[in-house]
Write a new protein. Sequence first.
Length: 247
Amino acid sequence: MDRTARQQLARELCQRLAAQPGTVVVVAGMIEPPAPLTDFDPLEVLAVVESTVTRPLHSFIVQNLPVTIHTIAAAELATVVYAPDLRWAQWLGWLATLQPLIGDGHKVSEWLAQAGALAEIDFHRSIWPHLPQLVFGVYGELRAAAARRHEREAVLLAPALLAELHTALCLINRRWPTQRRFAGIMESFSFPLQPRDWPQLAEELLNAHQLDEIVRVAGTLVANYWQLLVRCSLTIESHQTTATAPL
């Protein structure tokens, strides 16, 4: 399916969404697929609606094309913009690559400008409580797989670790991704704040297939990431008892 046909399909879906009773669409359109376009790239639609509740994600197939509709309430999007959490990189990345098809397309540039204008200290203060959800859990799974000598499991966990490191770096640098998957990771190689030897170690981890090598490279990456957090005054708290754990 070529670009024009995709745009028409996305426009029809946006118009159907806008025609639903009780739905007021602020802006909706097609998220740009990676270039060059192929017949296999799924179609993703993003809709921002005037609602107090974000609608559930919809996925289906049309003309053999996988389709996903991401919908978010304008008020919730404003919360993500002004009080960033782990959703920030994904939603702002979608907005940055959105081709508006219906509604007020100028709102997209306004949200992006607002997100970029948030002071670093306020941004870091907002994301700091959420950072423990990234990197450390999947690294623990990888170490557990290594302890059990489950090499195949470790091989699968290595890209997951890189994906979470990429998300963390987007947040620390206040940069939303404009590329996906490894292209997005490569984009982060130019970020001003990154773990020592990030490009080299990311490539090494992707190319590692032996268990001991995966553990070695992943351990170095996570240690360097921890040092980055310290440099940025984003140190993750470590509690010795449950009495001091934040609940």
